[in-house]
Design a protein around this ligand. Structure first.
Ligand SMILES: C[S@@+](CC[C@H](N)C(=O)[O-])C[C@H]1O[C@@H](n2cnc3c(N)ncnc32)[C@H](O)[C@@H]1O
Length: 300
């Protein structure tokens, strides 16, 4: 499923179209939920994340727009996936690098860059150990990717290492509320219980200014947060759920566990009910999820 996904637990994922609306600096709730310590490793190359990425392109555009990129700036798209933000940034800056742990998604990103005639370097790596030199980047973009890192402190230290003085981080994180959040939480909890795993610790609140300040102020950053909205749409709730379960890596991973235990259909029925209850469009399917775009500026 294309669901706002919850990092950390195997789950069914989802995502939504966007209609940016500003706001203040607080809030929780949204599709994907932040990563948990000791989270199982997810293969983001499984399924067809590319179809989810296509839906999430408006959110990548919101992040890139928020970054106010200037010609000549060096940009890192952290957790680039198929390269949505990196490819948009390449229209505005000189040197753009995308880093992601999923080799198949990196291949797709390279192929898309070639098709678009854009010069972007895509490298294998992950947030806690970036294949990037010290102080060699002016802007780090991360679209619904940092929310999945198992160790936010390690990611923060690495971002501080690679950012040049005066650099900035612009990231997006789902606000944990609404039908998509309910769906992904239900899926995650069902899979976790089926696996006999204990509840994880609370995920890091990447969408909250206070949490980000605690994480990043020791590295010299100030933080601002604005809220946006994204609408997941389909011809029906049923079609949306089918699309997510077939394509989203979290859904593919979680449902493969439940299929073996004979519990997959029961979960599908519960998730469909959640989506139908949250549907905002009587004739088709539309569910709006809110997300935060946080900008952390380094003061030194
Ligand atoms: C929801 S996808 C977002 C991908 C892309 N930014 C986009 O907008 O479509 C999450 C991405 O985070 C990446 N990811 C997961 N764990 C990561 C980590 N520890 N460090 C960096 N990226 C990670 C995944 O491989 C995946 O590409």
């Amino acid at each position: 499923m294309t669901t706002p996904t919850q990092p950390g637990k195997p789950q069914a994922g989802a995502a939504a179209p966007d209609s940016a609306m500003d706001s203040k600096a607080d809030g929780q709730a949204g599709p994907p939920v932040p990563a948990r310590a000791n989270a199982p490793t997810l293969d983001w190359g499984a399924g067809s994340y590319e179809s989810v990425a296509a839906q999430l392109l408006p959110a990548a555009r919101a992040v890139v727009d928020s970054a106010g990129l200037r010609p000549g700036e060096r940009v890192l798209d952290l957790g680039c996936g198929t390269g949505n933000a990196a490819l948009l940034a390449a229209d505005r800056c000189g040197k753009v690098t995308g880093v992601d742990p999923a080799p198949r998604l990196l291949q797709l990103a390279r192929a898309q860059a070639a098709r678009e005639g854009k010069k972007v370097t895509f490298r294998h790596g992950e947030a806690a150990s970036l294949p990037i030199g010290d102080a060699s980047v002016d802007v780090i973009l991360s679209v619904f990717a940092l929310i999945f890192v198992p160790d936010p402190d390690a990611a923060a230290a690495e971002m501080a290492r690679v950012l040049a003085p005066g650099g900035r981080i612009v990231l997006s994180a789902w606000i944990p509320a609404g039908a998509m959040f309910e769906m992904t939480s239900t899926a995650s909890d069902t899979v976790r219980q089926a696996m006999g795993a204990p509840p994880g610790s609370a995920p890091f609140a990447w969408e909250q200014r206070d949490a980000l300040l605690n994480l990043l102020a020791p590295h010299g950053f100030s933080v601002q947060v604005k809220h946006h909205a994204f609408a997941f749409t389909a011809s029906s709730a049923h079609e949306f759920l089918d699309d997510q379960t077939q394509n989203h890596p979290m859904a593919v991973a979680g449902l493969s566990v439940l299929e073996r235990l004979g519990q997959a259909q029961a979960l599908r029925t519960r998730l469909l009910k959640i989506l139908e209850n949250g549907n905002e469009d009587a004739g088709k399917f539309r569910v709006t999820s809110r997300y935060a775009v946080a900008t952390a500026r380094r003061q030194r």
